[in-house]
Design a protein around this ligand. Structure first.
Ligand code: 13P
Ligand code: SF4
Length: 316
């Protein structure tokens, strides 16, 4: 095995990652919120839905999931025979953490006769207690496919749930969870930016609070916002989601200006998910070199969680 220099350069890491990837027949997947240098070396970049779809069809032996824990779990549930690596096991998700599996199970039991829809940002244990998993990219379509009088529990993101209720006219029962990144955008700061950039269109992720959804020119998943910007004709956009998405927006639309939106309580000009940013080039290299940290899901939980994930893939 090649020895690792004490302080490997990014170029050295990129070369070694490329070599190890071939040697191990590995696929590197990255979410749009990953650091730029990780998105650059990834074989596949996408939103949560695209990552799940890609995991379901890959013929790689090893998946390196550059995202957060629930994304690695989803890939492992879909591909139990493959090795799924995650560069940093501390890469969690405040939204997934806002839904304790036992409390959720009790909530479901208190509401018999309800169809349970869970956002993909949940633990495998919550998915195991779910009828259909959704992502921000397909939640609306999936809810609209259900009969109009179907009683639905939607968890854990209350902001996404409110958005889906508003666009579908449903009255889903919402779990009171949120993402600490998206819940920290404020309408005041975005309104100030809009004053300074009157031409700019406002792109909002549905995990943001309702007042922000209401002023948006487009509400959508990371992939939907990217697609909107690519097809739209405005010269400038205020992007109200985790700022990692700006990397791909600028790549896809080099002639346009993308402005990151700040969090309400920060001096900084953008809003980042510290969990997403835990993954680094060095950790990707080490994961490939050592074959760890590996994601494993209890087989009984995985079997139960697979059904609602597969139902999502069939319905969208
Ligand atoms: P999407 O990429 O599916 O929009 O997800 C956003 C998110 O918060 C992932 O953690
Ligand atoms: Fe979770 Fe929010 Fe980070 Fe996405 S941005 S991984 S929802 S904490």
């Amino acid at each position: 095995m090649k020895s690792t220099p004490a302080n490997p350069s990014d170029e050295w890491l990129r070369q070694e990652i490329a070599r190890l990837k071939k040697e191990k027949n590995a696929l590197i997947m990255a979410h749009y919120y990953q650091r730029d240098e990780i998105q650059e070396i990834a074989d596949f970049i996408g939103d949560s839905l695209a990552l799940a779809r890609q995991a379901a069809k890959t013929d790689a032996d090893v998946i390196v999931m550059c995202g957060v824990h629930f994304m690695g779990e989803t890939a492992k549930i879909l591909c139990p025979g493959k090795t799924v690596l995650i560069p940093d096991t501390e890469a969690g998700c405040s939204l997934a953490d806002s839904c304790d599996p036992v409390e959720f199970e009790n909530f479901v039991k208190e509401h018999p006769g309800y169809t349970v829809i869970s956002y993909v940002n949940t633990s495998a244990a919550v998915k195991a207690n779910t009828d259909i998993v959704v992502t921000s990219g397909n939640a609306r379509d999936i809810v609209e496919k259900l009969p109009a009088d179907e009683k639905i529990i939607f968890g854990p993101d209350r902001n996404l749930g409110e958005y889906i209720n508003s666009v579908t006219g449903r009255d889903m029962l919402l779990w009171n969870g949120a993402c600490h990144v998206h819940d920290r955008f404020s309408i005041e700061k975005i309104a100030e930016m809009k004053k300074e950039h009157p031409e700019a269109k406002i792109l909002v992720h549905p995990e943001c609070r309702r007042p922000l959804q209401l002023i948006a020119d487009k509400v959508g998943s990371t992939a939907a916002l990217l697609d909107f910007a690519a097809k739209d004709d405005a010269p400038e956009y205020i992007v109200v989601t985790e700022s990692g998405i700006l990397f791909e927006m600028r790549n896809k639309c080099p002639q346009k200006t993308f402005l990151a939106a700040p969090a309400e309580d920060s001096e900084c000009q953008c809003n980042q998910c510290e969990y997403m940013k835990l993954n680094t080039l060095r950790k990707v290299y080490e994961a490939l070199r050592d074959g760890k940290p590996e994601i494993n899901v209890d087989p009984i939980v995985a079997e139960k969680a697979l059904r609602p994930i597969e139902r999502m893939l069939r319905m969208s």
